[in-house]
Design a protein. Structure first.
Ligand code: KIV
Ligand code: ZN
Length: 516
């Protein structure tokens, strides 16, 4: 029987499936910041990580479980005792906690990945859910590769999971293979063939390999699914997951055809999107639905004319409804500390007195260099400030001399490394290379540069440059970010930010290996 209630539970997996995107790894502090934004925006369930995967994952779930009060905090676990017990330990401090346990159910996965018979998998379903229920009443069970599972077998697994105590049954389209009508039929058939289905909520988890993740999720909702798993900006394995902003705004905008509700404060969407993009270094494509830079831009004369006559001619939702406000001139160089503090609160930052003090000093510097200071500038500046607390290596001074083939670019760099200032001169194939070579000379390391990316925070030639640098060392990747009106300074600071993050990782895995 299809549910009567029309509330859709939003289950965000940015911190788990999203973090599984190659290169999107986040540190504890970054995960905590994202979790806090997700909680504030009204996410029902935050999947905070996969505790057995690493010490870092365990810690992230555990710390998030301690601070998040309004969302359920969930951890992922395979169908093994070790995974489930580790997950239970990680989520223990949460006000509301969930264990999400999964096992593959498709013929292909059972034969090649698990090397288990269907009967053995069925046994594991019962065993894993029963064990998880010893730790929390809120247990989600997932049929990995559910959309490619034989229906009769899927019904038996779902029935067994519910009988063992699962309260949410998740049907993933793990490889993004389904099409909407087929996926809706699958959900309908589960309602029609699983006798105890009324004792659980059906959830869906769609990947975007064919660009159908959102369409499949919405089709499933139409067929009775009441939880949607999604990520900010559609981050996730391979082509990603269903994008939360698209699901939520489709439901809000098309109430005529999709009469379902969520508890998401949609006005927080842009802030969440920006934060996830800055932290991961995954820029949002300009034409991305809802959060792309062009999603509310009108370039052609005909469209602009229509917009001036009536915004509804070309806009099906207002920019304000997703938290996009006209870029405003917010503060100038004569603005005082009080106005600055008010602005920070307005933008959703809750900083301690010392951090406000430091950010204010940087704002004054910026206002001296840059004619107009916009909301985006303040956000970039504060994000930058937060990222640099506790850094062991700091940039003290940088000079760059650009050049041609006969006169290669030169850099002079001074770094503060553990309280000691060191300087050197270097050259390179271009100014960025010259600056990065100087960093390597002052702080020798084996980390490889995987990504160097620059984008302008606002328009104009005096715009701040926001730079992301991704470094890889022994299979671990970190993203460093920085913003500055000088692109070269931002580049070196982003590189140093990534190095500092690698040092923290090294300290955790081998406390003695602290030198370069
Ligand atoms: O894609 C998938 O099947 C998953 C499961 C663990 C839910 O991420
Ligand atoms: Zn997934």
């Amino acid at each position: 029987m299809r549910p009567k209630n029309n509330k859709i539970v939003i289950f965000d997996t940015t911190l788990r499936d999203g973090e599984q995107s190659p290169g999107a790894s986040m540190n504890l502090d970054e995960k905590m910041r994202i979790a806090s934004v997700l909680e504030d925006m009204g996410v029902d369930v935050i999947e905070a990580g996969f505790p057995i995967a690493s010490v870092g994952d365990f810690e992230a779930v555990h710390e998030i479980a301690k601070v998040v009060k309004n969302s359920t905090v969930c951890g992922l676990a395979r169908a093994t005792q070790g995974d489930i017990e580790r997950c239970a330990e990680a989520i223990k401090p949460a006000v509301r906690s969930r264990i999400h346990t999964f096992i593959s159910t498709s013929p292909l996965h059972m034969e090649y990945k698990l090397q288990m018979t269907p009967e053995k998998v069925l046994e594991k379903v019962t065993e894993s859910v029963t064990l998880a229920r010893n730790f929390t009443d809120d247990v989600e069970w997932s049929a990995e590769d559910g959309s490619r599972t034989e229906h009769e077998f899927l019904y038996r697994c779902v029935e067994a999971a519910i009988k063992a105590g699962a309260t949410t049954i998740n049907i993933p389209d793990t490889v993004g293979y389904a099409v909407p009508s087929e996926f809706a039929d699958l959900i309908t058939s589960i309602f029609n063939n699983v006798p105890n289905i009324d004792q659980a909520i059906i959830s869906v988890h769609c990947h975007n390999d064919l660009g159908l993740a959102v369409a499949n999720s919405l089709a499933a909702v139409g067929a009775g699914a009441r939880q949607v798993e999604c990520t900010i900006n559609g981050l996730g394995e391979r082509a990603g997951n269903a994008a939360m902003e698209e699901i939520v705004m489709a439901l809000r905008t098309r109430q005529d055809l999709l009469p379902y509700s969520t508890d998401i404060k949609t006005e927080a969407i842009i802030k969440a999107s920006r934060l996830v993009s800055t932290i991961t270094g995954f820029t949002v494509q300009p034409n991305k639905a809802i959060v792309g830079k062009n999603a509310f831009a009108h370039e052609s004369g005909i469209h602009q004319d229509g917009m001036l006559k009536h915004a509804g001619t070309y806009e099906i939702m207002t920019p304000e409804s997703v938290g996009l406000t006209e870029s405003k001139l917010v503060l100038g160089k004569h603005s005082g500390r009080h106005a600055f503090k008010e602005k920070l609160i307005d933008l959703g930052y809750d900083l301690g007195d010392n951090a406000v003090q430091d950010a204010f000093a940087r704002f004054k510097d910026l206002a001296d260099k840059k004619k107009d200071v916009f909301d985006e500038d303040i956000m970039a500046l504060v994000d930058d400030e937060i990222m640099r607390t506790n850094d062991r290596i700091k940039v003290v001074a940088l000079e760059i001399l650009c050049g041609t083939v006969h006169n290669p670019p030169k850099s002079t760099l001074t770094l503060d490394i553990d309280g000691e200032e060191k300087s050197c001169k270097s050259t390179g194939d271009g100014p960025v290379d010259a600056a990065f070579n100087a960093v390597k000379e002052l702080f020798p390391h084996e980390a490889r540069l995987q990504l160097y990316q620059v984008h302008a925070v606002t328009g104009g030639t005096d715009a701040q440059a926001e730079v992301t640098v991704r470094l890889e060392e022994n299979g671990r990747t970190v993203n460093g970010q920085a913003a500055d009106t000088d692109t070269m300074v931002a580049s070196v600071k982003a590189y140093i930010n990534a190095l500092n993050k690698l040092l923290v990782k090294r300290e955790k895995s081998a406390p003695s290996a602290l030198s370069a």
